[in-house]
Design a protein around this ligand. Structure first.
Ligand code: FES
Length: 117
């Protein structure tokens, strides 16, 4: 029995839009990995909250309705992300729900690996 399919559209800094499929219960990093998306350096720490390369910027209405608030560990990592916005989150911490189906997220121009700074 397969989970329900959902989509996420990634908007790159150059305006390119990549629509990717996933399932409810995937986090956004899973979706990037499973679809082999060309986002250089994205998800370097494989979701262990030590890199900040999975930084994404959400539309305000989506951000306000995300099911989970960021943990302190996530906030610490976001502090190290380039181009951090008020609606920034780490993709590896966002688990897809039915409500999040079809969201569009912005990928910052600079993917910064906090482990290298
Ligand atoms: Fe490294 Fe999310 S993949 S913090």
């Amino acid at each position: 029995f397969k989970n329900k399919e959902i989509t996420v559209t990634f908007i790159k800094a150059n305006g390119e839009r990549i629509k990717a499929k996933g399932e409810i219960g995937n986090n956004i990093l899973d979706i990037v990995v499973n679809n082999d998306l060309e986002l250089d350096g994205y998800g370097a720490c494989e979701g262990t909250l030590t890199c900040s390369t999975c930084h994404l910027i959400f539309p305000k209405d989506v951000f306000d309705n995300l099911p989970d608030k960021p943990t302190e560990e996530e906030i610490d990592m976001l502090d190290l992300a380039q181009e951090r916005a008020p609606t920034s989150r780490l993709g590896c911490q966002i688990i897809m729900t039915e409500e999040l189906d079809g969201i569009e997220v912005r990928v910052p121009a600079t993917i910064n690996d906090a482990r290298q700074t």
